[in-house]
Design a protein around this ligand. Structure first.
Ligand code: SAM
Length: 267
């Protein structure tokens, strides 16, 4: 639409022939688009690579997480060409399927989706009540036309480290996909997950373990030893543990994916 308008506009002014006008407008559009692409990708690369060197020198914590990780995260979602597509839902269905979940696994159950992102992947679970916790939720909903977080029964636009008292003891299942290494306090989140689960409830947590080095977008280094120590401390039983996403894919974004099925004691 925009291109047609410009073509007509230039032609009507009688300054150029139609072919030259189309040529100029196309060239302009390509230049504008590729400039945007170059700028966004350069920013992403600078952010990621600079972060790799700076991250180990800086104390991890909420301030850096809010200022750097969250702004980088927002940029990442905003510029994603893939998330708005059908392929994204398809990929998530395959992901859950590989973990052994089916669309009817949690019918009638309450699921808390920790770090729900800009598209609600837990919508995969039919007839479940989804509660989303996502610190960028308000920003995503305001600025991304394709954001579907409104499909959740409730949304909390807050970090998972913050306790939400009204969620205590209400969840049958807590799911978190590719989030926990993006946060700033793993232990606080595990404590909250435990508080949200009903006795006997399940937490399925899948995240990357960056054992050697990390970057500013993934502030936490989570080793199996460290995680399992915290799970034990919180009284979780590790029902199952796997590594990798499927036979071909090892990771979401670096390191290797760790997948935990945790049970809260029923007593
Ligand atoms: C890579 S995205 C994954 C989103 C979604 N789970 C998915 O698989 O599509 C990571 C998400 O974690 C969120 N996140 C980062 N830090 C968080 C925190 N402290 N508490 C909850 N979510 C957080 C980010 O805002 C981002 O939406």
């Amino acid at each position: 639409m925009e291109r047609r308008f410009f073509e007509r506009d230039i032609c009507e002014k009688g300054e150029l022939s139609r072919t030259t006008a189309i040529y100029k407008v196309t060239l302009g559009t390509v230049a504008k688009r590729s400039n945007r692409f170059i700028v966004v990708n350069t920013l992403r690369k600078v952010h990621k690579n600079l972060g790799r060197f700076i991250a180990p020198l800086l104390p991890s914590g909420k301030f850096l997480w809010r200022m750097i990780a969250q702004n980088g995260e927002y940029l990442f979602h905003r510029t994603s060409d893939w998330r708005p597509t059908e392929d994204f839902s398809q990929r998530n269905a395959e992901l859950f399927d590989n973990f052994g979940f089916r669309p009817d696994s949690f019918v009638g159950k309450t699921i808390i989706d920790i770090g729900a992102g800009s598209r609600l992947i837990t919508i995969y679970f039919k007839d479940a009540k989804i509660i989303a916790i996502e610190p960028l939720a308000q920003r995503f909903l305001k600025t991304l036309s394709w954001c579907d977080l409104h499909k959740a029964h409730k949304i909390y636009s807050t970090p998972a480290e913050k306790m939400i008292s009204e969620l205590k003891g209400i969840a049958d299942v807590v799911i978190s996909i590719n989030v926990l290494d993006h946060c700033y306090n793993f232990e606080a989140i595990i404590k909250n997950i435990k508080a949200y689960l009903k006795p006997g409830g399940l937490a399925f947590l899948s995240f990357d373990s960056h054992t050697d080095r990390t970057d500013l977008m993934h502030p936490l280094i989570l080793t199996p030893e460290k995680c399992e120590c915290i799970f034990r401390q919180e009284g979780f039983l590790v029902e199952k543990f796997t590594v990798g996403l499927n036979p071909q894919e090892k990771t979401y974004a670096g390191g290797k994916a760790l997948n935990y099925w945790l049970k809260k004691a029923s007593g």
